[in-house]
Design a protein around this ligand. Sequence first.
Ligand SMILES: NC(=O)c1ccc[n+]([C@@H]2O[C@H](COP(=O)([O-])OP(=O)(O)OC[C@H]3O[C@@H](n4cnc5c(N)ncnc54)[C@H](O)[C@@H]3O)[C@@H](O)[C@H]2O)c1
Ligand SMILES: [Zn+2]
Ligand SMILES: [Zn+2]
Length: 356
Amino acid sequence: MKALVKYAYEDGALEVRDVREPAAGPGTVLVRIHTVGVCGSDVHMWHNSQSASSKGVLPVTLGHESAGIVAAVGDGVSGWVVGDRVVCETAASICGVCALCRTGRYNLCPWREGYGLKRDGAMAEYVVAEPRVLHRIPDGVDFSTAAMTEPYAVAYNAVVERAHVAPGNLVVIQGAGAIGINALQVALLEGAATTVVLGTGIDAHRLGIARELGATRTVDVTAEDPLELLSTLHDGLGADLVVDATGVSGALRQSMELVRPAGAIAKVGWGPQPLGFSLDPLVKKAVTLYGCYSHTWTTWENVLRLFASGQLRPERILGGVYPIEEWEEAFSAMQHGRNIKSVLRMPFCLESEAAR
Ligand SMILES: NC(=O)c1ccc[n+]([C@@H]2O[C@H](COP(=O)([O-])OP(=O)(O)OC[C@H]3O[C@@H](n4cnc5c(N)ncnc54)[C@H](O)[C@@H]3O)[C@@H](O)[C@H]2O)c1
Ligand SMILES: [Zn+2]
Ligand SMILES: [Zn+2]
């Protein structure tokens, strides 16, 4: 089968290969992938600029934002039948017995193995999954939307489950990629009164979409200092919550300036650069800094329900749908700000369209 494989720790070491089709073993199911989202982290894997803590086991098939159908059910699996429409969570494997797994925080299991990193992922025709990671796609939610559950779950985890937005809050979001724009949508659902989205020179198009989605203001930080704007909003003391969705370590310096005393920073973006500045403002302002990582079962169910109820706007972040052979264009459109989200469609998607 076709799969998009990262084969070396070098910039550009990614290609479509013909690899062996996996099979459902005891206790697992085989999922036939219909559509798979391209994540900012996949773009980093392409350029070998991923976080130091994101070292995969190579060669590895990328892809953790999958939507498809159950194609085969292994022995001992109940509750799933061939044809069920599903999305798969990212944590392909967890230990299941550590203190974090036992308390439902398996996103933090030290032995977790994620799709597209330590386990072959979903930028392939088939992927093997434990039933634990499967969620049913609600009726009326199409595969392209379902393939975006994961980046919404990241935003939901940061804005709802880790930090909290109270109705009436001022929320600043650093970054206009999928995570930042999704965090905006979730903050608006939570009742943020004022939202400001920050981007860079590549983000003119994406910041326009942020405004369409309801952002009060957007700022290109390479042209304007957002601190001046913040001093004019609410009581001028700063943001109740700053969400860092940039992947640039230096953004933390700015979030410490933008946050109000006793406010919070939700740090979702990560990257390998060291800081090189003092964290004293965190102390002096008594700011709560939340590290936000991944998501769990409840997060996924909540996002899927919000898709079904139409309260999120996934269609506004979907910039393009590409056959897997055109992955480079799909990745590049995200890297250069043309798309907030690109998705790849697999042969199953093309067959389904042809059959219609
Ligand atoms: N913690 C998690 O579980 C998790 C999950 C998914 C993604 N991430 C990370 O979140 C980050 C964002 O992901 P994405 O897919 O949206 O990435 P992206 O690369 O598409 O978007 C990053 C955005 O930040 C902007 N930016 C860069 N420097 C900035 C600055 N100084 N101020 C304001 N904006 C700035 C860029 O122009 C871009 O719009 C990445 O670091 C990614 O690895 C973390
Ligand atoms: Zn992702
Ligand atoms: Zn564990």
